[in-house]
Write a protein that binds this ligand. Structure first.
Ligand code: HEC
Length: 153
């Protein structure tokens, strides 16, 4: 658990292509960790109201039970295919397509499945998502440690 906590706080993650972070800050790469986004002490939600697109609604991650929306920007004619327009449903803004708030992580163990679309059945799937999406390079035992920590929140 303690090893997992240290990983959560300090394991380096190269954060790239996250809408709401890399684009808004004009930084192609942010050298961060889990706590860059889950930064509220002892609750681990995002302390600033910045909905983010971490790639969960990309077509490549769509499963048969998810809808597929094709959205067209009226001004630029750009097309986006997504399984969930996310915050754009509230704001009608193109930049908000696929953005979601970082949730509070307290009591995680009791509320599988995870992510807004339930795409991660278990906490191990959450950790695998981050490992692949950001190329973190977690070993099998580091993944187990991180899951052990997430279970205690
Ligand atoms: C770039 C920002 C960012 C980073 C880095 C990040 N997260 Fe997240 N996390 C989010 C956002 C945004 C969501 C909500 C996504 C959604 O459901 O659409 C989320 C959701 C989660 C959830 C699901 C919670 C639930 O109730 O479904 C868990 C667990 C989680 N993150 C753990 C981690 C761990 C562990 C790490 C480090 C390996 C990490 N996060 C790194 C932004 C981030």
């Amino acid at each position: 658990m303690a090893r997992g906590q240290a990983l959560f706080n300090t394991k380096p993650i190269q954060i790239t292509q996250v809408k709401g972070l890399n684009d808004d800050l004009h930084l192609p790469v942010i050298h961060g960790s889990c706590t860059t986004c889950h930064d509220t002490t002892n609750a681990s939600n995002h302390s600033v109201p910045a909905p983010l697109d971490i790639g969960l609604t990309d077509v490549a991650r769509r499963t048969a039970d998810m809808p597929l929306y094709t959205l067209r920007n009226k001004f630029t004619a750009e097309l986006i295919e997504t399984t969930d327009p996310g915050r754009a449903l509230l704001t009608s803004k193109w930049q908000d397509v696929g953005r979601f708030k970082g949730p509070i992580l307290r009591g995680l163990a009791a509320r599988a499945p995870y992510f807004h679309n339930g795409s991660a059945k278990r906490l191990n799937d959450v950790v695998d998502f981050y490992d692949q999406r950001f190329g973190v390079g977690l070993s099998a035992s580091e993944k187990d440690d991180l899951v052990a920590f997430l279970r205690t929140l």
